[in-house]
Design a binder for this molecule. Structure first.
Ligand SMILES: Cc1ncc(COP(=O)(O)O)c(C=O)c1O
Length: 401
């Protein structure tokens, strides 16, 4: 059976994730699982908070009537009302249950809003380095991806964004705290971005990492800053439950054409095949206040890894949030350097996979013990990269690809 040309091309583009997965399997076979240090996947290794599991058990035991039935496509009205109340308290914007659409994670929320607003050929701006799935989400709905570089600190660059806007621009996707850089976008910069975005460009605030911040940092409230913004929220990372597929899309009540947009999103959620968000998990997130995993674990891992990498000579800025470190690779060819790390049993994702070569992403979803045992490998890899052979390889482009 022939697959579509679009999907064949997309599979080519997603080859970094596939490739790391396959290399990981091979390395585990060759070296034994305990000698492979997998920094490649953003899959929380912490267990969900105890309160979440207690609520799940309680709700399963209650066995409420019609717990497993279809419901309105936007989700249980009571759950939507709870989310609106919490969001109103946090943001000061008078959200009501009507403004909340329960979704299958942030991915479901982003696909829903894109489906609701895009016609074929419409443009969506994403900021480099970006979460690679955005490309596919946009193309799912006939959209055209427009990439715009961030500045040296990975903050949005309002002037570059302004230059990228055309009459076909429908949306800008922002992700803060950011995957892959761990940067939190500053309130000042977001305000400047708001000023350069003409009507009807909509800002899609992708916020699955919002509560995962370090050193007490607070993620600015983007829906208050932007004239036209929606929130794609998810408990995947905050509660370490990405397999449960639960999140929401929040549409602020002051958005122009809000009634039509709500209706469009509700239909989009249905016809995309999500139908509704998982029923039991809607009740669970309704029952527990906004508890999160203990961020101190990620922060301790960040400090351990960044201190060690810095002392070896890596340029590894400390992330302010999320759970990724995004160091420069010691040689410009990030794919070449990833190959040197693999020889040490270390799996990382090249910055090229996020649209920014010369960097690598290291996920902090790895135990402290594994980080400690991987450090000699990082030291040998930087030494190899700086050796005359490593320098020559990087100059000629002869690589381990
Ligand atoms: C930036 C970003 N957005 C969206 C998602 C998708 O999250 P969810 O599992 O809630 O669909 C991820 C998952 O890794 C992510 O990193």
């Amino acid at each position: 059976m022939q697959i579509s040309r679009t999907l064949a091309r997309q599979m080519e583009h997603s080859s970094w994730i596939r490739r790391m997965f396959e290399i990981g399997l091979q390395l585990r076979r060759e070296r034994g699982a305990e000698n492979v240090f997998d920094y490649s996947i953003g899959n929380p290794d912490l267990e969900p908070p105890a309160a979440v599991m207690a609520a799940l058990r309680r709700i399963a035991a209650e066995n409420r009537p019609r717990s497993h039935a279809y419901m309105p496509n936007a989700g249980f009205p009571e759950v939507r009302a709870t989310m609106a109340r919490r969001l109103a308290e946090r943001s000061g914007i008078p959200f009501t249950g009507d403004d909340i659409l329960m979704t299958t994670g942030a991915a479901g929320a982003i696909n829903t809003i894109l489906k609701a607003i895009l016609d074929p050929g419409d443009e969506v701006i994403i900021l480099t380095p970006y979460f690679p799935e955005y490309r596919f989400y946009i193309e799912n709905h006939g959209g055209r991806v427009v990439t715009v570089e961030t500045d040296e600190q990975f903050q949005p660059d309002p002037a570059r964004i302004a230059r990228a806007v055309t009459p076909r621009t429908r949306a800008l996707i922002l992700n803060s705290p950011n995957n892959p850089t761990g940067v939190i976008y500053s309130e000042k910069v977001l305000g400047e971005v708001n000023r350069v975005l003409p009507d009807p460009v909509l800002v899609i605030c992708d916020e699955p990492y919002r509560p995962l911040t370090f050193d007490g940092a607070v993620t600015p409230e983007a829906v208050r800053i932007f004239d036209r913004a929606v929130i794609a929220w998810s408990w995947s990372k905050a509660m370490a439950i990405p397999g449960e597929r639960i999140g929401y899309l929040a549409l602020p009540p002051h958005l122009p054409g809000i009634a039509q947009l709500r209706g469009a999103c509700t239909v989009a959620n249905r016809i995309l095949g999500y139908i509704n968000a998982p029923a039991i998990w809607q009740w669970v997130v309704d029952a527990v206040p906004e508890v999160t995993v203990d961020v101190a674990h990620y922060q301790a891992r960040r400090d351990l890894l960044c201190d060690a990498l810095e002392s070896m000579g890596y340029d590894a800025p400390r992330p302010q949030g999320a759970f990724y470190v995004f160091p420069k690779t010691p040689i410009p060819d990030d794919i070449e350097f990833i190959g040197l790390l693999q020889q040490e049993g270390i799996l990382a994702v090249p910055g090229t996979g996020f649209g920014r070569g010369g960097y690598m992403r290291l996920s902090l979803t790895i135990t402290r013990d594994a980080i400690e045992r991987s450090l000699p490998g990082f030291e040998r890899a930087i030494a190899a990269a700086r050796s005359p052979v490593g320098q020559a390889l990087s100059r000629t482009g002869a690589s381990l690809r």
